[in-house]
Design a protein around this ligand. Structure first.
Ligand SMILES: [Zn+2]
Length: 220
């Protein structure tokens, strides 16, 4: 967005910090610093039978109220500034992973019907922006082949069943026939049991990809 347009929008529609309500930005620097990046960021699910990814990293604790507000505001009323805030967080955490140059950034996609209703795919936007910041390639490697229920209200068993084999390789992905990338960084916004990331990784693994790493903004 151009600076002039942004200044104009600030004038007619001033922004207030979601944390402390100060005028100026959707999240001020002070409040942003309150959203701490987790140090020990590799998470494990000991009770999972089979994991299709090498590791899963998270950035923050979802119990942080401000982070919840940012994610919800971004997801349900697409505010571009929110996307940039979330990409700030993702970028900081990804830089700690020392990703090799031929890493591909991808995302857990929405079903096309849901995408049409929402008007955008929230993790696709984050993944594209993150790839740009890190100077890496983005590729839409997966499609969600069936419409799945929202995972939030389901039990752990129901989640696993709901999401089982929900993804397949995107036939339009230009990297499909290219040499396997060294690493894939698969992005999702919030993870709870890891089932969605695991099933998405499964589709990649079955297509012959290796070294799949997952990154979520937060673990619930
Ligand atoms: Zn603030």
């Amino acid at each position: 967005m151009s600076k002039i347009l942004q200044n104009f929008l600030d004038f007619i529609w001033p922004q207030f910090c979601l944390g402390c309500k100060t005028e100026g930005a959707l999240c001020c620097g002070f409040c942003l610093n309150d959203i701490l990046l987790q140090e020990n960021n590799k998470i494990s699910w000991p009770d999972k039978d089979k994991l299709y990814f090498e590791a899963c990293y998270v950035c923050c604790d979802y119990h942080n109220k401000l982070l919840q507000k940012i994610i919800k505001n971004y997801k349900y009323s697409y505010l571009e500034n929110m996307a940039d805030l979330l990409v700030d967080i993702l970028e900081k955490q990804s830089r700690r992973l020392s990703l090799p140059k031929n890493t591909i950034i991808s995302n857990v996609p929405l079903h096309k019907r849901k995408r049409k209703i929402r008007g955008f795919d929230q993790t696709e936007i984050l993944a594209k922006k993150l790839a740009q910041r890190l100077n890496l390639k983005y590729s839409p490697m997966l499609v969600r082949k069936r419409h799945t229920k929202a995972q939030a209200r389901l039990s752990k068993e129901q989640r696993q069943k709901n999401i089982s084999n929900a993804f397949e390789i995107n036939k339009k992905d230009s990297l499909k026939n290219s040499k396997s990338p060294k690493k894939i960084l698969l992005l999702d916004d919030v993870t709870t049991t890891g089932s969605t990331l695991n099933q998405a990784s499964k589709a990649l693994k079955e297509a012959g990809y290796k070294n799949i790493f997952c990154l979520a903004i937060a673990k619930n």
